[in-house]
Ligand binder design. Structure first.
Ligand code: TXA
Ligand code: MG
Length: 319
């Protein structure tokens, strides 16, 4: 899929301040040289993302922490050793070489080492951090396949590295280590229980959504079609009600489609990891049908479903 020549081309584009979309294990990122403020500004323009929203710096290895953090908290050392490369972003005090364009004007920076061979090859060849948000238009669903990036960003991105479908499917877990105590800013594949076991300390979910983390704003990760969540026992009644009112409905449910129902039905995998992997691609497909509504059967509760529930809840919020 991606060869040495592609990596070489990508590095040349990044070195002259261009944008390269690349696969990670979570979702595709829209990358620019993290140490070049003009290149980072181009990310915001391509996404239609308001300035002042911080982006994550991707690194080839944990040793780069010392390059991009002014101080490495002991908890960061522990979590990096345990979970990197992997779907975990750590918020730490920013080093002076991280431009304020990356951090949204803040004195902290989000850092992570992605676990994807293409991302790692690119980072190692470039030799510097890549500032990269998810490679989608602001507020929309994150891309989990290269064709999602091309469809959404088109010519605004200089190159899309094709790494196939992303393995995790939802964005990284974000842990804030810049304060006195760790806080979970965004749930992901790595759950609070795993983080707490590694740290031997509680990692509570930060409650107040802040401007500091747009991925934690209420309306985010949204398809264009209005999406709502229905408890399993009410799903069929709500779908029937919509159909009865002459509306076209798309459904995402872990149950198979009942016979004879006049709705577009996508069957979601029963386990949380496979559900997360398929989630955004499936929502994109349902969105493309142009129905009047997407109704998603509420997933189970529990730690393993937290990331999926979080993204669905934000996708359901009225824009
Ligand atoms: O899995 C991921 O994290 C993907 C892949 C590409 O790595 N990236 C991603 O980036 O989801 P983005 O920009 O769509 O979301 C990054 C989140 C945002 O909610 C942002 O506000 C938060 O990280 N963030 C970044 N730096 C921060 C900081 N200094 N303080 C608080 N939140 C920060
Ligand atoms: Mg995003």
């Amino acid at each position: 899929m991606v060869g040495a020549a592609d990596i070489e081309r990508a590095v040349a584009i990044l070195a002259r301040g261009g944008l390269v979309a690349f696969p990670t294990e979570t979702v595709y990122g829209l990358g620019a040289d993290a140490e070049n403020p003009d290149a980072v500004r181009r990310i915001f323009a391509a996404k239609g993302r308001p300035a002042g929203h911080p982006v994550i710096v991707h690194m080839a290895e944990a040793a780069w922490l010392a390059r991009y953090a002014s101080r490495v908290p002991p908890a960061a050392e522990i979590l990096a050793a345990r979970f990197w490369p992997g779907p975990l972003t750590l918020i730490v005090p920013r080093a002076a070489r991280v431009p304020l364009e990356v951090t949204g004007g803040q004195e902290t920076v989000g850092l992570r080492v992605p676990d994807h061979p293409v991302a790692r090859a690119l980072l190692a060849a470039f030799g510097r951090g890549l500032a990269a948000p998810s490679a989608n238009r602001f507020g929309r669903l994150s891309p989990t396949r290269p064709e999602h990036v091309r469809a959404e960003l088109g010519v605004a991105v200089d190159l899309v590295l094709d790494g196939g479908a992303c393995r995790v499917g939802v964005e990284s877990t974000i842990v804030d280590l810049s304060g006195k105590r760790p806080a979970l800013l965004r749930p992901g594949r790595i759950g609070a229980a795993e983080l707490e076991a590694a740290l031997g300390a509680p990692v509570p979910l930060a409650t107040a959504p802040t401007q500091r983390a747009p991925g934690t704003l209420a309306s985010h990760y949204a398809p264009a079609t209005p999406l709502r969540i229905a408890p399993p026992e009410r799903l069929l009644a709500e779908v029937a009600d919509e159909i009865g009112r002459g509306r076209r409905v798309a459904v995402l449910s872990r149950a198979p489609a009942p016979a004879g129902l006049a709705a577009s039905w996508a069957a979601a995998p029963p386990d949380p990891e496979a559900y997360a992997r398929a989630l955004y691609a499936t929502l994109r497909e349902l969105d493309a049908l142009g129905c009047d509504a997407i109704i998603v059967e509420e997933p189970p509760t529990g730690d393993a479903w937290l990331a999926v529930r979080d993204r669905l809840t934000r996708g359901a919020h009225p824009a």
